[in-house]
Ligand binder design. Structure first.
Ligand code: GSH
Length: 224
């Protein structure tokens, strides 16, 4: 019998959060183990080929890459959160990759040392938001009525954008846009709200403020 899956986590990692959301949506009984990525334990280094979280331990197997972990979770815990049609499913996988790129652009924007690097990442992000705006339908979710793995993939990004906007708004999307509406739907879900620790807003905000970056100087300037 397969034992309870164990998800190896770092508290503010958006990629881990994607898998937590999927596990919660599917009501899977799982265990979360937190590690310090700045000082990873020996056992983690041994099982994580890229040294990254998330890793999902299923019995003696260590799965890595959030999109792959979510595909696995989806397959073994029906009903599926993917479209049944092969072409739609492939398209959904492509947009999950797109979401990963957005998460990295958002992160690069946060850590950018100067105004040029910051603006460069921000422009890329704004362009990606515009691309999303073009392909989104009436909602409430990416594929319409049903929550899918694309929603799980984007929710962590929207949660971070939303939290940071409270400190120093970047206006990445218009209030009445489809992206804004989609973001609002996802952030309000129990599976998304419960996918982070209760102190997440504080911990994430502290992390961003502690960065030696262009954006953190903006945040600090508004806090005084
Ligand atoms: N493509 C990976 C990205 C995972 C990732 O970048 N995780 C970060 C934390 S959010 C990490 O473990 N970084 C440690 C490192 O790069 O050494 C996924 O989707 O799982």
């Amino acid at each position: 019998m397969t034992r309870k899956p164990v998800l190896i986590s770092f508290s503010i990692c958006p990629f881990v959060q994607r898998s937590v959301i999927t596990l919660l949506e599917k009501k899977v009984d799982f265990k979360l183990t937190y590690i310090d990525l700045n000082n990873p334990p020996e056992w983690f280094v041994k099982i994580s080929p890229l040294g990254k979280v998330p890793v999902l331990k299923v019995d003696d197997v260590a799965l890595f890459e959030s999109a792959v972990i979510n595909e696995y979770l989806d397959e073994v815990n029906p009903p599926t959160l993917h479209p049944v049609d092969s072409l739609l499913r492939a398209q959904n996988r492509a947009w999950i990759e797109f979401g990963s790129d957005m998460i990295m652009n958002h992160y690069n924007m946060m850590i950018a040392r100067d105004s040029d690097a910051f603006t460069n990442s921000k422009n890329r992000l704004v362009h990606q938001v515009e691309q999303l705006e073009q392909i989104l339908g009436e909602g409430p979710y990416f594929n319409g009525e049903g929550f899918s793995l694309v929603d799980a993939a984007f929710a962590p990004l929207f949660m971070r954008i939303d939290l940071l906007d409270e400190r120093f708004p970047l206006n990445l999307y218009q209030i009445n846009s489809r992206v804004a509406r989609w973001s609002g739907e996802l952030i309000a879900l129990d599976s998304v709200r419960n996918s982070v620790t209760p102190d997440f807003a504080e911990v994430y905000s502290r992390f961003v403020t502690s960065l030696d970056s262009y954006y953190s100087t903006k945040i600090k300037a508004t806090s005084v």
